[in-house]
Design a protein around this ligand. Structure first.
Ligand code: TXA
Ligand code: MG
Length: 334
């Protein structure tokens, strides 16, 4: 719900954006770091603030479906169908960019990622800016780190570097959008995310969905092996080995946080260095809480985060992907 107070904050944010400011705003997935697409110095500031290489493209956020034909061209039928079904929502479509999209936004690529966020504050902000405008926004974290799912996380990540943080409460989805590209009749998942694979498959029916990052030489930082990472080394363990590994580290006197979803019992009540935390055993609730949980335990300066590997099921794909990358980063650091 939008209160009169948030109305005036949104108006102030829109004014800042029109003057070339950089404003963090809530979406249903994670908080974004927004700039007016047509203001190149503001777009450049986003890369600087995030410390993100300039050849990594930004997602363009639109107020509604009609923006598709303004910002993209040669839009395939499947893209219209997906937009129809999932917008506003956590789905980004990578399409041929139109001449309205400046090169600096797409890292020099001839495609553009577009989405309509499903959050009242983001939509209100886009509507105040008007139909000719769009907001480029990466997740509002430093490059490679965990995306923020509350306004407090954004402040903690970026501090005074941003001109304003619009607070829209905790993000409902908690994981970034699903990104898809198109290759003829084929829809390619470039990054699993907020729209679960089974929901996409249901709409696309017999059309093939391929998860094929290797095949497509696009630059997707979310597709780097190590990304979405806490600073504390994170290990991912199958349910049946989790307890053993916990006790092994605990016996060395290390401080360990165990993040689990199943209700298996662990016999470490005696060891004060071991903290056990449960996340929901279904992917929607788990996804919503994951980043905040990793962030919290990262702050508490444990020696290790041990995470129970998620179930090997399509609905858990985005969670498995993020945890895999978070654990890769830990391996690299060692
Ligand atoms: O849920 C989300 O998608 C959030 C919210 C703020 O909308 N945004 C987000 O942005 O996660 P970012 O920049 O952190 O990740 C966007 C991903 C990057 O991996 C980027 O490379 C990819 O989208 N991307 C953007 N445009 C692309 C394009 N034209 N081709 C391939 N990948 C693209
Ligand atoms: Mg990001």
């Amino acid at each position: 719900m939008i209160t009169p107070q948030s109305h005036s904050r949104i108006a102030a944010a829109a004014a800042l954006l029109k003057e070339g400011g950089v404003v963090a705003f809530p979406t249903e997935t994670v908080y974004g770091l927004g700039a007016d697409i047509s203001n190149l110095s503001a777009v450049r500031r986003i890369f600087e603030i995030k410390k993100r290489p300039t050849n990594h493209p930004l997602i363009v956020h639109l107020a509604g479906l009609s923006g598709l034909s303004r910002w993209a061209h040669e839009v395939p039928e499947q893209a219209w169908q997906l937009a129809d079904n999932f917008w506003p929502g956590p789905l980004t479509l990578v399409l041929q960019r139109s001449h309205h999209v400046p090169e600096g936004v797409t890292g020099g690529q001839d495609t553009v990622g577009l989405r309509v966020p499903d959050h009242p504050v983001a939509l209100a902000l886009l509507n105040v800016l008007g139909p000719e405008k769009a907001l480029v926004a990466p997740s509002a974290n430093r490059f490679g780190r965990i995306s923020p799912t509350t306004a407090a996380h954004v402040r903690e990540e970026l501090g005074e570097a941003v001109d304003m943080v619009l607070d829209g409460g905790p993000c409902r989805v908690g994981l970034e959008s699903t990104i898809v590209g198109f290759d003829g009749e084929t829809v390619i998942i470039l990054r699993p995310g907020g729209i679960p694979l089974p929901a996409l498959a249901e709409v696309l029916k017999d059309r093939v969905i391929v998860s094929g990052q290797e095949k497509h030489a696009v630059r997707v930082p979310g597709a780097l092996r190590s990304h979405y990472a806490p600073e504390t080394p994170l290990e991912l363990w199958p349910s049946e080995l989790l307890s053993h590994r916990t006790l092994e580290l605990g016996a060395k006197g290390l401080r360990v946080a165990v993040i689990a979803w199943s209700d298996q019992q662990m016999d470490h009540a005696e060891n004060k260095n071991i903290v056990h935390f449960s996340l929901p055993a279904e992917p929607v609730g788990y996804g919503r809480l994951l980043y905040g949980t990793l962030r919290r335990f990262d702050h508490e300066r444990f020696d290790h985060l041990l995470v129970e590997a998620p179930p090997d099921e399509p609905g858990w794909m985005a969670i498995a992907d993020r945890l895999q990358r978070a654990s890769c980063a830990a391996q690299h650091d060692e």
